[in-house]
Design a protein around this ligand. Sequence first.
Ligand SMILES: NC(=O)NCCC(=O)O
Ligand SMILES: [Zn+2]
Ligand SMILES: [Zn+2]
Length: 483
Amino acid sequence: MTTVIKDGTIVTHELTYTADVLIENGVIAAIGAGLQGDQVIDAAGCLIMPGGIDPHTHLEMPFMGTFSIDDFESGTRAALAGGTTMVVDFALPAPGQSLLDALALWSNKTARAHCDYSFHMAITWWGQQVFDEMAEITARGITSFKHFMAYKGSLMVNDDELFASFRRIADLGGLAMVHAENGDIVAEMSAKLLADGVTGPEGHAFSRPTQVEGEATNRAIMIADMAGVPLYVVHTSCEESHEAIRRARQSGKRVWGEPLIQHLVLDDSEYLHPDWDHAARRVMSPPFRGKQHQDSLWAGLAAGSLSCVATDHCAFSTAQKRFGLGDFTKIPNGTGGLEDRMPLLWTYGVGTGRLTPSEFVAATSTNAAKVLNCYPQKGAVAVGSDADLVIWDPKATKVITASAQQSASDFNVFEGITVTGLPRMTLSRGVIAYAEGKVLAAESHGAFVPRKANPDVNRALSAWKAVSNPRAVLRAELPATGV
Ligand SMILES: NC(=O)NCCC(=O)O
Ligand SMILES: [Zn+2]
Ligand SMILES: [Zn+2]
């Protein structure tokens, strides 16, 4: 069966134009005027954009003594309802665990995924086994490796491990990723705050000032530069970190920054709320920041110094957040956002003139596809691309509320915000996956998206390293002194 989408306006990361889209066997077969298909989708008044790609989620993640509450079933349902057609989650080996075992574990979690997904592999410890297995992980289509510079005592890796891993990734043609916060300083500051009687959720924000993020971002950038590997900095939340990324990019380094929709929209006043639950529900790392940092992130998206807007979707329930009553260091870190990322970015970005529609497409989809090397299979409205599309109604409006969300959590950090700009329909590989407020894609419709190593950027970086690597100076042999 063929499907044709008629009377919509196509918006890509570079063009806006009117055309029909013909879909056959899950891919875009033609784009043009007067196309015919067995099934007709009317997109009048709507925009046809690439389905969103969320490059940063944690579904059913074991973390801080519990599991994030959305699994691949509810998480991907939320994704489709918000116009996102692919999520990239993190396989997370326990310290000492084989990367291949962790991958098997994560693959088993995906049986009920409604939309496509890929993985990053986290490097949570270092040793010969990790070094060896990274090659097989890359061969299986997982080419990005994440390092936590925070969470001391659990996920954190040190600089020597970071450097060793980055060099290995450079050799494999992969992408290094970092959660950039100085975990040693955070641990020190947390202990001091607790000792001083600051036990509530505000202590979480106080223990992770922007300096710890700026310092770690800069350190990761320099280590990546020495290793000759491209670097992706997840959840860039503040000017200090953005500034380091901006400077690196200006000097030709291959570095990308990822702001989260939470940091773009919500600020640190949330942690001072008199209701403990309200504040604790918003505990995540890095914490929400002040308005000046939000302005910096928005400017970075417009200027191109920041690349992909993600969610870091890691939802918990209120009951889980209460594990940290009396000690903010025990509040599970993370918030949701999969269903709300695109409507919020449209509302606060395109709706205010901070972003053009094409910049919106770049930030929500195309840039992630390019950086993660699955473009133009994903992130494109182009002949031959997967028909992962969102039919976007820029006038549709709703109030965000937990009672109507797909997520399994009992709250939503964006509760009460009115968004204008919503998916009317989401298609995943040509299947109508979401329409009229309902998720229609079957459980298990989602498929793994393998990615290839050694994209152009890595090849260019390796070529440059080969040209500029230190070399021994060839000198004329001196006569022996005979002494
Ligand atoms: N961000 C957060 O608070 N939780 C998820 C894990 C991480 O990305 O650091
Ligand atoms: Zn993180
Ligand atoms: Zn994360």
